[in-house]
Design a protein around this ligand. Sequence first.
Ligand SMILES: Cc1cc2nc3c(=O)[nH]c(=O)nc-3n(C[C@H](O)[C@H](O)[C@H](O)COP(=O)(O)O)c2cc1C
Length: 315
Amino acid sequence: MSKVLVVYYSQSGQARSIADSIVSPMIEQGVSVDFCRVEMAREYPFPWNRKAFFDVFPETFLQIPQAVRPIDADILNNEYDLIILAYQAWYLSPSLPMTSFLQSDEGRRIVEGRPVVTVSGNRNMWAMAQKKIDTLLIELGAVPVGNIALSDRHCNHISVLTIMDWMMSGVRRHKWGILPLPGVARSEIEQATVFGNIVAEYLACGSYDGMQARIVAQHGAEISALLVSTDRKANRIFRLWANLCVASPRRGFWIKAFEVYLYVAIWLMLPIVSVLYAVTYPLLWCRRKKYKTEVQMNYPSYRQQYKKTLNAESK
Ligand SMILES: Cc1cc2nc3c(=O)[nH]c(=O)nc-3n(C[C@H](O)[C@H](O)[C@H](O)COP(=O)(O)O)c2cc1C
């Protein structure tokens, strides 16, 4: 019987419910599944208050680990065939609890030498966060074999409004009575069982070659090329802000300045960038399409497998 460990962090329960949906077909097929919640020594508030929400930015972005609570000895001593990491993007990076866990001795022990499927539930900017978590996993000696990333499919500005309302109130509701519900659609979470069936198939044979291509074909890692290019550019600017915040004796001031920058970037700069992007779209269509595919298959192990699948299909 195969054994799977789901390591997750979730404040609202969204990442956990995505993971539940994914593992449910595996459990039905007789796979043994254990769950382990990442617990911080100092938990982050949910609902958030503004100060805490922005204050977590520098350490999250720079992946400066914070103390996590010890993991159950039974889990540490168990031999798992596959690790599923369920997390979320915070500030274009994997959430601080997840990177803190991975950088702890226990985190390393759990993932080292094992295949890992990453699962995330985000607003919509997850691509660079995913790249960072894969880099971290590879550094830790783990083998990232697949990624399922679900996000809010509403337009970018609507999802900014609704997610902020959710994060600050702790309630998943229709903001102003008219905006859509925030987060990943319930129907998509329920349909994530389809990915569980795919992963179960590869788990049973012990090889994950070609799995990511099938996940992508089922829309398991959908991205827009505009969001990825924004994500990449914003990463460069966020790095400057994050370094400034941690290095300065006036941390509070710089965090406040970052908050103002973020509003300007989202509400003023992003609309201009989107228009420019649309205007240049026909000219750069081929390059952007290629780039999009590369991001979905971004990671060394995936890329190899993807090429193999393409080669096999073209024969
Ligand atoms: C501090 C913070 C920063 C966030 N930054 C991003 C982000 O950069 N990109 C994104 O797609 N979602 C972002 N989100 C939304 C989360 O990815 C996630 O959807 C939400 O927190 C719900 O996750 P959970 O309830 O499972 O913890 C952020 C949320 C928080 C709390």
